[in-house]
Design a binder for this molecule. Structure first.
Ligand SMILES: NC(=O)c1ccc[n+]([C@@H]2O[C@H](COP(=O)([O-])OP(=O)(O)OC[C@H]3O[C@@H](n4cnc5c(N)ncnc54)[C@H](OP(=O)(O)O)[C@@H]3O)[C@@H](O)[C@H]2O)c1
Length: 380
């Protein structure tokens, strides 16, 4: 601790913004649950898992993780010594899971249907409920005005898909949907919980998808906002998903839920107007509402915005009423963005990771000024 503080002071003195970010800085007070649970998390050391662990420990639960022991989270690292860590490989070695009983299994690391089939079958007599972390990707292609949990999902991907991006989307959706089915087959409807998050963001994100906005709104100035005025967005703070999953486990609420936010329908421009207030800097939003111009500038998406055309038409039109009815809640957007930016500049994120993203030649962050200048010229 002393060492890291000294390192912090040294870095501060040379003007680097890097600050330590321990669990205490990310947690608010949470009361204990009425009954402690034994929870097994398959995964748990990436993005969603550490937030589930932090909340579950505060609620008084006992956590076991199952991983290969390779990934390290950039949040709540200091809580990992409170976790019983089992080592194995979902591809080849589940022996560490052959003994033991748990109230709840949370399958975060499901990347192959066979992985979920095997672990759910192995654990069905020794675990109370099985929660599968799925995705709203099960609804791809997104052709509907609104989809709820009753909408039939594809269990297989079509054979003849030329476009690589589409092929990946179909594969991912079908893999998640068939893993959901494998969960229900092994545990039965009454003991299976399926949670389908939309794009998650927040401290600890490994994807660099949403951090664009935290960086951009912190800097201020002219900020490009892609999309037409009616274009919708959906996203959710990872902690809202993590904490709600633990509460579902405590309540033993079975069923399938779309974990999409925010609570009410939101457009991209409304998102930007609210998000810019995360920081006290002068910001001017410049909306670019011409899809052809955006395509020419290679901006087909800037998560949470995805150009709502073709197979992506309804990607931000996923119904969340059922999840809200089952207790899903949402943090204030401004707080989420501020805390995500604080995590990004903390010393748990390496300077090389920050540089790789912020200085990447050809990235939207690097090209934004040029895009805005072209947009101004285009509109003259
Ligand atoms: N991020 C999003 O916006 C988003 C949106 C919708 C749904 N989801 C879903 O949310 C879930 C959680 O995502 P996440 O980013 O927290 O985790 P993730 O990247 O899917 O999983 C990583 C975890 O799995 C473990 N793991 C990887 N390969 C393994 C193997 N062969 N055997 C055993 N363990 C293995 C890793 O530890 P080791 O490397 O040490 O093994 C790590 O703990 C995923 O299922 C994802 O599809 C994410």
């Amino acid at each position: 601790m002393l060492k890291s503080r000294r390192k912090f002071l040294k870095k501060s003195s040379i003007g680097l913004l890097s600050i330590p970010l321990l669990s205490a800085g990310l947690l608010s007070f949470v009361p204990k649950a009425s009954k402690p649970l034994k929870i097994l998390i398959l995964g748990g050391t990436s993005f969603l898992g550490p937030h589930q662990i932090a909340y579950a420990i505060q609620r008084g639960h006992q956590i076991t993780t199952f991983t290969r022991g390779k990934s390290k989270p950039t949040v709540h690292l200091d809580l990992m010594d409170k976790v019983d860590q089992l080592i194995g490989d979902r591809d080849s070695d589940l022996s560490a899971l052959e003994k033991g009983e748990w109230d709840v299994v949370i399958d975060n690391s499901g990347r192959k249907t066979a992985w979920t089939e095997e672990s759910a079958n192995l654990l069905k007599e020794r675990a109370g409920i099985y929660m599968y972390t799925s995705s709203t990707g099960v609804f791809y292609p997104y052709l509907q005005d609104s989809v709820d949990e009753e909408f039939p999902v594809r269990l297989t991907a079509p054979d003849q898909i030329e476009n690589e991006e589409e092929k990946m989307e179909y594969w991912y959706g079908a893999m998640k949907a068939s893993s959901e089915a494998a969960t229900i087959k092994a545990f039965g409807k009454d003991r299976a919980v399926i949670v389908r998050p939309t794009y998650m963001f927040g401290p600890g994100d490994k994807t660099n998808r949403f951090i664009y906005w935290a960086i951009r709104f912190k800097r201020g100035g002219n900020v490009m906002v892609p999309g037409k005025t009616e274009d919708r967005v959906q996203y959710i703070d990872v902690r809202d998903v993590a904490e709600w999953m633990i509460r579902l486990a405590e309540q033993k609420t079975a069923g399938t839920f779309n974990a999409s936010g925010p609570a009410k329908t939101q457009t991209m421009i409304k998102f930007a107007k609210e998000a810019k207030n995360s920081f006290d800097v002068d910001t001017k939003l410049v909306q670019i509402d011409d899809y052809e111009f955006l395509k020419k500038q290679h901006v087909p998406h800037l998560i949470p915005w995805i150009m709502p055309v073709g197979k992506n038409y309804g990607s931000a039109r996923i119904e969340n009423k059922k999840a809200i009815g089952a207790g899903m809640t949402f943090r204030d957007l401004k707080t989420s963005i501020r805390e995500t930016q604080e995590w990004w500049i903390s010393e748990t994120v390496s300077q090389s990771r920050r540089d790789k993203f912020e200085l990447k030649p050809g990235s939207v962050l690097q090209r934004e000024k040029d895009i805005l200048a072209s947009w101004a010229a285009y509109n003259k």
